[in-house]
Design a protein around this ligand. Sequence first.
Ligand SMILES: C[S@@+](CC[C@H](N)C(=O)[O-])C[C@H]1O[C@@H](n2cnc3c(N)ncnc32)[C@H](O)[C@@H]1O
Length: 316
Amino acid sequence: MSSVDTQLHAALARALSGVPHQELRRRVTALSKRYRTEQITDTTPGISDPLDALAYAVTRMPATFRALHAALTEAERRVDSSFATHLDLGGGTGAAAWAAAALWPAIRTEIIERQSAAIHLGRQLAIDGPRAKWTAGDLRDWSPHDRVDLITIGYVLNELTEDARRALIQTAARTATTVVLVEPGTPCGHRRTLAARDLLIEQGFRIAAPCPHAGPCPVDWCHFAARLPRTELHRGLKNGTRNFEDEKFAYLVATRCPARPAPARVVRRPVHPKNRIVLDLCTSAGTAEQIVVPKSAATYRAARHTTWGDAWPPPS
Ligand SMILES: C[S@@+](CC[C@H](N)C(=O)[O-])C[C@H]1O[C@@H](n2cnc3c(N)ncnc32)[C@H](O)[C@@H]1O
């Protein structure tokens, strides 16, 4: 576990003290179902009271934190810019603020969120964590005061209508020099990310990651996985036995700054049949399969350390 994972888990454990476990378990089950089946809409909120906020934070926030951290790591690698000011839209209990602070400790984050229970819990969790300020607001009629270096929108687009999504992306494009989106790693999440990608390209943004190009997407269902540790508490609440989980997510890093997209991106988990490594790639010429054999020793060694979501070839 990284030190920020540990800090976040400690903050969550503190928030849980004295909370009735059985009731929390029931909320976790109901909330997981609502999110898994994407039943949350513009008018049916996912989080509506303090126990929902806690259920979300304990079971989802470590995973959304990891996915946002993976996407922001790509922003750090691929965008020629420094990030000092950050707006997180629909930030809930603050996962993006934690992820941004893990990469850029001095960054100042403002979170726009409409659910008071999420705001209250986010502030409580962040006491020993990121420098973050919550502002109560509804993204459907939100207008920013100042320009910022970075906007994140994590796991929010599916809670908005198509018109509201479009308006939000356009406002984000006018407000930030870099926009990072993260959506669930479902086919619908991929499609929402692609629609936002088209809009951002229309607004003059470059695509820095995961795509190696700004042309039409050749991948049916582009998504990635972030592995995260599961604590004993998390396993208990989710009836899980494994001590890790893989959070599947789709993402996009788009920017007005100079960008260095990966030459190609590994878009599935590599497979290792005997004496070969097979990499499924997205390239500027479409999708491609690269078979790496031990004869090319350096390339083979690099391929053995390459995983789903990585750039190919890896930076030397
Ligand atoms: C699935 S949660 C994601 C929270 C956080 N971004 C994360 O990655 O953990 C979606 C969040 O978006 C917020 N949200 C949805 N629609 C909103 C709106 N119209 N205005 C402000 N916040 C909204 C919800 O209240 C909720 O906290």
